[in-house]
Design a protein. Structure first.
Length: 139
């Protein structure tokens, strides 16, 4: 997949939301992004396959100057992230939220929060900016 190809759509396995900005954007540092950080247990085979798939797309589109979107929670230095793969998916636009039965979650109703089990639909979007080639995860 090159930076000019249509982004690949992928759905993550179920993981734990560590930071959830899905109802309103995170405005810290003028980001204005909807986003969610997800922890995936490294001992589960489907999580290993997911991480390998994302890493393969990253490797195919990276020049090594940008970091992989899949991080090792053991190296993050954050309590509770050990033993997990960690990724963050972001968007400029408010995402559509559904429950496990694919019912739309309405504003004011239940919403995925940090600590909840989530699965994230996203696009693997290669980029080439300022000499850095890499892969972003679009929520």
């Amino acid at each position: 997949m090159s930076a000019k190809q249509k982004p690949q759509r992928i759905v993550s396995p179920r993981g734990i939301a560590a930071y959830s900005w899905l109802l309103k954007p995170d405005t810290a540092f003028e980001q204005n992004k909807y986003k969610v950080t997800v922890l995936l247990d490294k001992t589960i085979e489907t999580n290993q396959q997911f991480a390998a798939e994302v890493e393969a797309v990253y490797e195919a589109n990276s020049n090594g100057l940008a970091s992989s979107p899949i991080k090792d929670g053991d190296m993050a230095g954050k309590d509770g992230w050990e033993g997990n793969y960690v990724f963050t998916a972001k968007s400029d636009y408010k995402p559509t939220l559904v429950d496990s039965e694919r019912n739309f979650l309405e504003d004011g109703g239940p919403t995925p929060m940090s600590g909840d089990v989530v699965s994230v639909a996203m696009q693997l979007a290669p980029y080439d900016a300022a000499g850095k080639k890499g892969l972003s995860l679009r929520l």
